[in-house]
Write a protein that binds this ligand. Structure first.
Ligand SMILES: Nc1nc2c(ncn2[C@@H]2O[C@H](COP(=O)(O)OP(=O)(O)OP(=O)(O)O)[C@@H](O)[C@H]2O)c(=O)[nH]1
Length: 514
């Protein structure tokens, strides 16, 4: 994570991060809700459509079986009046070839012996049928669709049959068409062509659970047991149509009542849910460009919002800069800028006042000793030679004693102003102590300095300090040049002043170094 130079995340990153978080949470939330809602809808929809489809296939199968029975009934009627070997042969061939409904056709006499076959190559003529199905057909002496069984020609078959009765109502056996469940047969063509979607499996089961038709052909002939996950659906389907989720499958089912078969249409639940996930991912992928554009807009706005605040923060950190050119296009930033500008101005004023106060003598308004130190340092730094004049009021104690302390203050104040007005603008004038003053005069040599000191002495003596009749001062002069010690020069000036006092006051003395 990137931090600003102030050590914290900046506003732009906060806004952008928040926006990204919002987008992610919204998209994630949408995905989960859509996944759940659409998932449930798709499961319900798949169950309903599988049930409807199973019912439809059941109807088709029912109609198909009825049409087979009608064909067999017609053939049985033909043989009723003329049940000779030749007519049997002609009828079985006609039924096989004209209708194309069966893989083979056989005529079985009342003893269960095959008396005629089509095609002739079937090779089972004269065979006595032993299967339960054959016995069931013989026993019933009625139209029958027995359980699937393995024929004498080793084919797994379903064989609807119709009894043959002579004109005088004598039972003469039956005619049966066979459908080879493992081979290409009309039933699988019929069910296969109505295949409604490639994810669903269609299963047709006989009464005993044998697989008569399966979308995966290799499963034909298998048998489901009570242990099979499909068993509950199979059991329910024998009674009525319906749908249920069983063993990870969404199964719709319906009975085929003519034959006691059931039709199951099953879709794997995972495939349904997976397709919902894929659909939602597709939707999200299509929404991605808009999401990216939205984030870019947010990024742009984040920049726009944070720019003034960032600049203000930088100005605060770097107080030398002004605030006026910070662009503030929204209320909060503008208010903040104005407040900062006011605060900054006040601060500058306060610092100036403090600086001034720390360098100014409050009584006279001229510089104090600290001011003089700063002044001398700048002269020394510039290697600018200067003259020093120290000045002390003579017998000032007497002034205080005679006229009071306030008058003494007035004298000090008046003298300060007199000195200030007597010096050049760039000279340093300060009150260095009680009634002591110090003058720093850049670029002045000994002669001029002495002349100036004398002129000051005379001017002060002549100045009106009413009620004090006359004020005189003693002065000490010295000179500083690059390489000299400032302390030594100040000491020399003090020495000269001391000498002036010693020698009677109201006079100037000079002391130079070296
Ligand atoms: N009114 C007033 N008096 C001050 C101030 N600072 C110092 N003084 C007085 O100045 C006087 C200085 O006295 P001294 O040091 O004895 O010197 P002086 O009387 O001037 O005598 P010499 O300097 O020897 O001529 C003292 O009485 C101080 O109280 C001030 O700010 N105001």
């Amino acid at each position: 994570m990137k931090f600003s130079r102030f050590g914290v995340i900046d506003l732009r990153q906060v806004i952008l991060g928040f926006a990204v978080l919002c987008v992610m949470v919204t998209l994630g939330n949408q995905f989960i809700i859509n996944y759940r809602v659409h998932g449930q809808q798709m499961v319900a929809h798949t169950l309903a459509s599988n049930q409807a489809y199973a019912s439809k296939l059941s109807d088709i199968t029912e109609q198909f079986l009825n049409s087979l029975q009608m064909q067999l009934r017609y053939s049985a009627a033909q043989l009723a009046d003329n049940n000779t070997p030749k007519s049997q042969q002609q009828e079985t061939l006609r039924l096989l070839e004209q209708t194309a409904s069966f893989n083979s056709v056989v005529v079985v006499n009342e003893q269960g012996v095959i008396t005629s076959t089509a095609p002739l190559t079937l090779g089972v003529k004269g065979v006595r049928l032993q299967s339960d199905s054959a016995k069931q057909s013989l026993r019933a002496q009625a139209p029958t669709i027995p359980q699937p069984f393995v024929s004498p020609a080793s084919n797994l078959i379903v064989s609807p049959s119709h009894p043959i009765f002579s004109a005088d109502e004598q039972y003469q056996g039956y005619i049966a068409g066979t459908i080879y469940l493992h081979g290409d047969n009309i039933l699988s063509r019929l069910l296969g062509q109505h295949f409604h979607n490639d994810k669903a499996n269609i299963i047709v089961l006989s009464e005993n659970g044998s697989v008569i038709y399966h979308s995966q052909r290799q499963r034909v002939g298998a048998k489901i047991t009570p242990a099979s996950p499909l068993w509950p659906a199979f059991a329910n389907a024998q009674m009525q149509s319906g749908s249920e989720g069983v063993g990870g499958m969404l199964v719709g089912y319906a009975p085929v009542r003519t034959a006691n078969w059931v039709v199951l249409v099953g879709t794997e639940r995972n495939q349904v849910v997976e397709s919902v996930g894929n659909t939602i991912m597709n939707v999200l992928a299509k929404a991605a460009p808009v999401t990216v554009v939205t984030l870019l807009v947010i990024w742009y706005l984040a920049n726009l919002i944070s720019a003034p605040l960032r600049q203000l923060a930088q100005r605060v950190a770097d107080s030398s800069k002004e605030y006026d050119d910070v662009p503030t296009w929204f209320f909060e930033a503008k208010t903040l800028r104005n407040a900062l500008r006011t605060y900054s101005n006040e601060q500058h004023q306060r610092i100036n006042d403090l600086n001034k106060a720390s360098l100014t003598d409050p009584l006279t308004g001229i510089g104090n000793r600290r001011y003089m130190e700063v002044f001398i340092q700048s002269m020394v730094a510039d290697e600018q030679a200067f003259a020093v004049i120290t000045l002390d009021i003579d017998h000032f104690k007497r002034v205080n004693d005679s006229y009071g302390h306030d008058v003494g203050d007035d004298v000090i104040q008046g003298l300060g102003q007199l000195l200030q007005s007597s010096c050049r603008e760039y000279d340093g004038v300060c009150r260095s102590g009680g009634e002591e003053f110090l003058l720093i005069l850049p670029g002045i040599g000994k002669k001029i300095a002495l002349e100036l000191a004398e002129r000051l002495r005379v001017a002060i003596q002549a100045h009106d300090f009413t009620p004090v009749p006359q004020v005189t001062v003693s002065l000490g002069v010295s000179l500083w040049q690059p390489g000299c010690s400032v302390d030594a020069v100040l000491k020399a000036a003090d020495n000269a002043l001391y000498r002036a006092k010693q020698r009677g006051r109201n006079r100037c003395e000079v002391e130079l170094l070296g």
